[in-house]
Structure formats: C-alpha cells, structure tokens
Design a protein around this ligand. Structure first.
Ligand code: PEP
Ligand code: CO
Length: 449
C-alpha cells in the first residue's frame, strides 16, 4: 500500500483533533516516555504484517475466516505464562472447531500483547459520591477506584510496551515451539470445560483430527512439518493512544513503507473514526491491515469517504469492517450498509463484533451481555450476508480462557445473580472458555452453509 496522502508523516495526526486521549498532567514526563519508546525495538515485523494482510485478502473472498478475540482490556497483572496460555488455548480451540467443522482456514488474531488502552463513554465516574476520572486502560491509569490511581501516568506506556514484548515472546514460543502442534489438539482442552457437554464435543472433534493425522502418517505423509507443528497467530489492539502508536511506527528497510510495529493489525474504535480526525489520519499512512468498528451511529457517506481515505487502492486485506449493532438493531442497519458498500465495489473483510452492541446492566449492577443475544447477532450477521450476496468473513470477540462469570447464559446458564462469583474484567464482560467454545461450534454450523 502506498500513502496517497502526500502530507502524511508518522506525526501528522497531531495536527488533527484526537478524541479519547488521556489528559496527561505531566507533559515533560510524557515526552520522555515517548522518546524512550521511539528507540525501543519493534514488537512485530513488516514481513509478518504483509503475510497477515495476504491472508485477510483471502477472508474478503470467503476463502478463509478471521477469528479475532481476547480481553476487552488486558490487565498488566495478568501478564503471566498461565494467563497468556489460557487465552491462547481457547482461541486455538475455537480455531480448530471453525476450521475442522466449518471447513475453512482460520486466521487467528488476538486482542493481545498491547490491548491496554480504552475509549470511554464518560471522562469521569461517581464512586461513593465522589467524582473521579474514568479508567482508560492499564497503559494510562489504574482501575483502582481512587482519584490518585486514576491520574494518567505516561510511564505506564513504557511498562505496557515491555509487557507487550513479554507477551509476544511467550506467544511466539507457544505457537512455534510445539505447544500449538495439531497432535496436541486434545491437550488444549480446558480442565473446567472438559466435563461439560461442550468439552465432550470438542474431545470428539479432537479424536477425529488425531485419527486423520495418524492416517496421514500411515500412508507416508511426513507430519513433522510446520503446518502441523506450528500455529500462526497474530496480535492486534485498538490504535487509540496515538503517541504510543507513532513511537512504534517504523519504516521498513526493504520496501520503504511505514508500518505500525506495535501489533500486526490495528483497529479504530467506533468513537474515534472521524473522517478528519487524528486516528484516521495516522492510520492512512501505515501499511498494516486495519479494522474499523461500525456501530448504529455511522453516517454512510462519511463511511465511504473514510474507506476511500484508508484504502485508496482498494487493496483486499487492508480493511476489515467490524460491525457491532446489537441483536436488536442489526436487521435495521446491516442490509443497507452491505448493499451500499457492495455497490461501490469495495474489497472488504466483513467481521461481526457481537459483544459491544449487546451490553446491558444487570440488576446486580454488573455490566453484562447475554449469550443468546450474542449468538442471535452472529446468526443474523450470517443470514443478512447470505441474503445480500456478501461474504461473512470473520468474528470479533471479547473472551478469556478463564472460567469467569461475566456474560449471562450459555451451557451452564449463568444468571444475573451468579455474575458476582467470578467477575474479573476491568472493563467489558468477556465470554468464558466454555461459552467461547460453544459459540465456535455454532458458528462452524453457519460457516458450512
Ligand atoms: C472495544 O472493542 O473494546 C471497543 C471499545 O469497541 P467499540 O469501539 O466498538 O465500542
Ligand atoms: Co470492550
């Protein structure tokens, strides 16, 4: 991709209004932190980014399927080998279900290794009658509900970089070092999930895969090769803190193009995708695959202009539109959007985020989402694409490999009154391992259609 915007530089975004930026109180400290980040090595490489983009081009045509998921907001304290392994495991399990039962290669992209900054609907919140600044992700402030803990601290961006690097390192070890080998498909089953109906369905599927591998070996295929032994796994986060993203943006020496090397894929949130805003400006100039959230408040003409700006050459794989309307509203918004953008001939990956349009507050005061609404939005997403002749190319989840009680419903039918039992998220409610697997089996059915 080439930046046709000739005025673009990695800092040209700073001439535009940037929404959802923290109000860093100490500007000198901010400058020092960004200077430090500018000198640190990239977290990912341009070649990997280009490979992902090629795979996404396949998803745009329906020849592959994008599975993107992870925490709403990664927690610094959860940067541990078991924490990372459990999240990776559930994504690997879902990918196996989707590729084996759904019949398509699955592109695995984590919301991981840098998903540390959050847009918020309000700048402040009331805690015990006191107004304090909102939590904006671990890379900005602490979730602890005190005024001091909520002061934005730029040093947190540097810490976030190092934790993203540590996460990236262990992910590379897990995915390349044999852990993700297909012979181990059974070993990824989560202890808690194992005893559930979902876990047993998964075990059956894992047995089929084992048998297939054994058969290949018997007839003389060498199964000791990277396709079997390694998994490709990519990282992504919302490109929200533009200072951080700029500091990790580097020029690729082989092509001369610029890439944001903080992650393979970056997405723009529904709140920060203004045509003339700083976030769009920044992302026009980097060669990464870009995701863009689209919710009920979009304006179709503005959306078309944003697409032209972000992807002037209509390169397949460059742009993924992640729709998040909610089960109640998807019928109203998606068909028109699909029709209008199809007419323009845009090459897009269409992905469904069934989480952010389905959030509600339970009577217990917990922010939650119901499994049936999540599933209903996905079902309609597929059906509406089929009706319009467009391609349902991917799915975007907030999930964890942990056995949390944050979303209601699912196989174990978590009720509102169970939410308090293991509600661990710092931000939005995530599907737990069992709910995630259950959804994957359902999506696989739809993919087969
Ligand atoms: C998110 O993905 O965590 C998020 C904030 O989404 P959206 O921009 O769609 O609200
Ligand atoms: Co969220």
């Amino acid at each position: 991709m080439t930046a046709t915007n000739s005025t673009w530089t990695k800092s040209s975004w700073s001439q535009r209004p940037a929404l959802q930026q923290p109000n860093w109180p100490d500007k000198a400290k901010l400058a020092t932190a960004l200077e430090t980040l500018t000198k640190l090595p990239p977290l990912v490489f341009a070649g990997e980014i280009r490979t992902l983009k090629k795979q996404l081009a396949q998803a745009a045509e329906g020849k592959a399927f994008l599975l993107q998921g992870g925490d709403c907001s990664e927690d610094f304290a959860n940067c541990t080998a078991p924490g990372i392994r459990e999240n990776l495991k559930v994504i690997l399990q879902m990918a196996v279900v989707l590729s084996y039962a759904g019949g398509k290669p699955v592109i695995k992209v984590g919301r991981i290794a840098g998903q540390y900054a959050k847009p918020r609907s309000a700048d402040t919140e009331m805690v015990h009658g006191v107004e304090i600044a909102s939590y904006r992700g671990d890379m900005v402030n602490s979730p602890e509900p005190t005024a001091e803990a909520r002061v934005p601290d730029p040093e947190r961006m540097v810490k976030g970089y190092y934790l993203a690097a540590a996460t990236m390192n262990i992910l590379r070890a897990f995915t390349r070092g044999g852990y993700a080998a297909l012979h181990r498909v059974n070993a990824w089953n989560n202890e808690f999930v194992k005893t559930s109906p979902m876990g047993r369905s998964y075990e059956r599927l894992a047995r089929h895969i084992d048998n297939a591998l054994q058969f290949m070996e018997v007839i003389g295929f060498d199964i000791d090769n990277p396709i079997i032994n390694e998994a490709s796994f990519y990282t992504s986060h919302e490109a929200l803190l533009l200072g951080y993203e700029e500091a990790l943006t580097r020029q690729d020496s082989t092509t001369g193009l610029w890439y944001d090397c903080s992650a393979h894929m970056l997405w723009i949130g529904d709140r920060t995708r203004q045509l003339d805003g700083a976030h769009i400006e920044f992302l026009t100039g980097v060669g990464n695959p870009i995701g863009m959230k689209v919710g009920p408040k979009h304006d179709l003409d503005e959306l078309k202009r944003i697409i032209d700006k972000l992807n002037p050459e209509n390169e397949a794989g460059r742009l993924t539109l992640i729709t998040r309307f909610g089960a109640q509203k998807i019928d109203h918004y998606l068909p028109h959007l699909l029709r209008e953008l199809k007419k323009e001939g845009y090459k897009l990956v269409w992905s469904c985020d069934p989480m952010h349009g389905n959030t509600y507050t339970a009577e217990t005061g917990h922010k939650t989402r119901n499994f049936d609404n999540i599933l209903a939005e996905i079902q309609r997403f597929f059906e509406l694409h089929w009706a319009e002749g467009t391609v349902p190319g991917g799915i975007h989840f907030e999930l964890t490999g942990n056995n949390v009680t944050e979303c209601t419903g699912g196989g174990r039918n978590i009720l509102d009154q169970n939410l308090a039992e293991k509600y661990l998220t710092n931000c939005d409610p995530r599907l737990n391992a069992e709910q995630s697997l259950e959804i994957a089996f359902q999506i696989a059915e739809m993919m087969r259609n």
